[in-house]
Design a protein around this ligand. Structure first.
Ligand code: SF4
Length: 218
């Protein structure tokens, strides 16, 4: 959810096609097998079917993920790719896995932090928990983030600050969709952003386009 880290980046990303990385493709396919024996040949065949042009080098990445996940206490999913929605907050999303006791999880193709979860993951967990709460009428305290390359499943309990941040982000997304041009935030992660050299972003950073409508920048 880039709008949370930088609304300007979210604004630029909106006009880019959404592409799935090869690493994510491998992790996602592996996730369907969590809680059952992880057969590298079977999973790679599935990955190659879903992504026919996938780089063969990814096979060794898949194998390292399998090694990391083997021997851990994964619960098999009873449902996968579950569409969740909150009419109240106008959120729609897809939960990767739901297990027998009703707990939900999202899949990440990233390494885990030594402790805790990334802020973007906390936001997603908060959003999905709100949706599931509305759909089931039951309290949903949090959800799991499954960092496949690390073989780590970590539960995040939703905190009030997560919900506050989620509401603020939703408000920002709505404003941008309605035509607001976002401004660079003080702590924007520009150093590791692919728009760092982008002319329009540089203009935005300098404030030259402040106040213009979105349509004026296209
Ligand atoms: S370069 Fe900085 S301000 Fe521009 S989109 Fe990236 S993070 Fe945001």
């Amino acid at each position: 959810m880039h709008c949370h880290t930088c609304p300007v980046r979210y604004y630029f990303d909106r006009s880019e096609p959404v592409t799935e990385s090869d690493r994510y493709a491998a992790c996602k396919q592996l996730s369907y097998h969590l809680g059952t024996p992880l057969d590298s040949d079977v999973i790679w065949k599935e990955v190659s079917t879903v992504h026919p042009g996938i780089d063969p080098m990814l096979r060794s990445f898949l194998d390292s993920c399998i090694s990391a996940c083997n021997g851990k206490d994964w619960k098999p999913a009873t449902q996968t790719d579950v569409r969740v929605v909150s009419a109240r907050y106008g959120i729609v999303g897809m939960v990767d896995r739901i297990v027998a006791d009703g707990a939900f999880s999202i899949i990440r193709a990233a390494d885990a932090l030594p402790f805790g979860t990334y802020s973007a993951d906390r936001l997603r967990i908060a959003g999905y928990a709100l949706c599931l709460q509305e759909m089931t009428g039951k309290e949903v305290a949090g959800g799991y983030v499954e960092y496949i390359p690390a073989g780590v499943s970590r539960f995040h309990t939703v905190q009030p600050r997560d919900r506050r941040q989620l509401l603020a982000t939703l408000h920002k997304v709505r404003s941008i969709r309605e035509g607001e041009v976002p401004h660079r935030q003080l702590n924007a992660p520009c150093a590791r952003c692919r728009y760092n050299e982008n002319e329009r972003c540089a203009e935005n950073r300098s404030g030259k386009i402040s106040g213009k409508r979105l349509s004026e920048l296209m």
